[in-house]
Design a protein around this ligand. Structure first.
Ligand code: ATP
Ligand code: MG
Length: 496
């Protein structure tokens, strides 16, 4: 038997004029954890969809367990023991946790009639395999994105997979949850499972992967062991250029210290947080750090009017404002880029352009009519600015890769030109190069006098990007760190 459980040879795939995959070879050894890396839009999800049979390749062959396939179908692929957890999770939001967990097993048993009790037993077993503790009767749409991710993983595991593909499984997870996932992955590996793993986080790749394939612009440019690959080489293979990760924030002169705070929050309490006070000056970039459950997302949501405060005040430019809805917040110049962007931020079937300009239609209409030219100009400006990888911004948003979809959501809110811009996990799921583009963009925006608030549990990001950060723990504000004190070590200590 060959060492390789999966051996893809010369895989090509085009979408119209876009060559998403150009003659790609991908070989994965039996029983290893193999990382698939590369910038947003380089073709990672596309090759995964060929392996899962979801979207077969145009040419090339896939050899699995010694048998050669010219095109796989989802049924054959699942039958072979291949299970994929897609980037968008593919959980069913309007079903309960129990139904989501049981659905695969129920479908593959081809039982037409199954009882609630049977379903519950299956769901319980699935939860046990992962040590999960979720309310089986909760509707999945009400859960945090991390729980959705765990449900997708649990479900795939229970479907008796021998080859598990995880397309960016850790984007929405906190460090603690990532640790748990990696523990699970190591356990599965011990039992002989092969794992193909997509990630943008270098430290995670080194931690969990035996080998790696790096893709760039639809081609596989490196494949080999993970350990011996240096960070510099990794970045160079990925981007085709040398990127220096310097701390290049230049706050001096940017922060308007003389003005009234653009946003001030005083003794604010709401669902999930209590007695929070802070202020942000125009031109300043403020971080809100804290682990999942610390209340940072909840605080953002209340400031943006998604939920209502139960106590305290919000002030804009020194004046108290009454924010009871998103409309109130928008009217007061506040915008929020949400955390769960793939489900909250984007209309997949409509064009990239419309997605960007949707929130400020009035800006592009004259006498009630839409001036399309203006709209196109605005949208393509943003597409250039944050490097959204697309042939044409009139294409539906669903033709974009996951990371590029994230950039579109960002553009959408930036185009409203808010006075206060709140971003929750602004670079989740985007590649290193794009990350730095986004940091630069946020600094440029701050220089124009915008107040930027970044909620994030990526501590390196907070250090690199923010002038100052407040720290939240169990719903309370536990401190504030600024200037030279703002280091990953200090933040780590403060959030625990
Ligand atoms: N249905 C489609 N129609 C047109 N173009 C598509 C379609 N699906 C993917 N593409 C294009 O193919 C290229 C590769 O996309 P893919 O989703 O594989 O990227 P990726 O490596 O997974 O990126 P990310 O890290 O952002 O998820 C992109 O340029 C994308 O726009
Ligand atoms: Mg992808």
């Amino acid at each position: 038997m060959s060492d390789f459980i999966l051996d893809c040879k010369g895989i090509s795939k085009s979408f119209g004029g876009v060559h998403a995959l150009k003659n790609v070879d991908l070989r994965v050894k039996r029983g290893e954890v193999h990382c698939l890396a590369g910038e947003n839009g380089c073709g990672k999800s596309t090759i995964i969809k060929a392996i899962s049979g979801f979207q077969p390749q145009d040419s090339g062959t896939i050899e699995f367990n010694g048998k050669v396939y010219h095109a796989l179908s989802p049924v054959v692929s699942i039958d072979l023991g291949i299970q994929v957890i897609y980037q968008d999770l593919s959980v069913f939001p309007n079903l309960t946790v129990q139904e989501n967990l049981a659905i695969n097993t129920v479908l593959s048993n081809k039982t037409k009639i199954y009882s609630h009790r049977q379903q519950r037993e299956i769901a319980k077993k699935v939860m046990e395999t992962l040590n999960l503790d979720l309310d089986l009767d909760a509707r999945v749409e009400q859960l945090h994105v991390a729980s959705k991710q765990l449900i997708a993983i649990a479900r795939a595991l229970y479907a008796k997979a021998n080859f598990l593909i995880l397309d960016e499984p850790t984007t929405a997870l906190t460090r603690k949850e990532v640790d748990r996932l990696f523990e699970i992955i190591r356990g599965l590996k011990e039992q002989g499972m092969t794992i193909l793993f997509v990630s943008h986080k270098l430290d995670e790749m080194y931690e969990i992967s035996d080998s790696i394939t790096i893709m760039r612009s639809g081609e596989a440019v490196y494949t080999g062991p993970m350990k011996t690959l240096s960070e510099e080489d990794f970045t160079r293979y990925m981007t085709g250029r040398n990127i220096h990760l310097v701390n290049d924030k230049q706050a001096s002169g940017r922060i308007q210290t003389e003005s009234k705070p653009a946003l001030e929050v005083s003794d604010l309490s709401g669902p999930g947080f209590r007695d929070i006070s802070f202020s942000v000056q125009p031109g300043e970039i403020l971080g809100i750090t804290g682990q999942l459950g610390s209340g940072r997302s909840e605080l953002c949501n209340t400031i943006f009017g998604v939920t209502c405060a139960t106590k305290g005040r919000i002030l804009r430019d020194g004046k108290p404002v009454n924010i009871r809805s998103v409309k109130d917040a928008t009217r007061n110049g506040i915008a929020l880029v949400p955390e769960d962007r793939l489900t909250e931020g984007l209309f997949l079937p409509i064009s990239i352009m419309e997605n960007i300009t949707l929130v400020n239609y009035p800006q592009f209409s004259k006498n009630g009519l839409l001036v399309q030219e203006e709209q196109e100009k605005n949208a393509s400006g943003w597409v250039d600015e944050i490097h959204v990888k697309t042939e044409d911004s009139r294409l539906p948003a669903q033709t974009l890769s996951g990371g590029n979809q994230q950039k579109v959501v960002l553009a959408k809110w930036l185009s409203t030109k808010p006075k206060v811009l709140i971003l929750n996990g602004p670079t989740v799921g985007v590649d290193i190069g794009a990350k730095y583009d986004i940091y630069q963009l946020l600094r440029d925006l701050a220089s124009t006098g915008m107040a930027v608030v970044v909620a994030s549990d990526d501590l390196a990001e907070v250090v690199r990007l923010c002038d100052r950060s407040i720290v939240m723990r169990s719903g309370f504000m536990s401190g504030e760190i600024a200037g030279a004190e703002l280091t990953v070590e200090n933040l780590t200590r403060a959030i625990m």
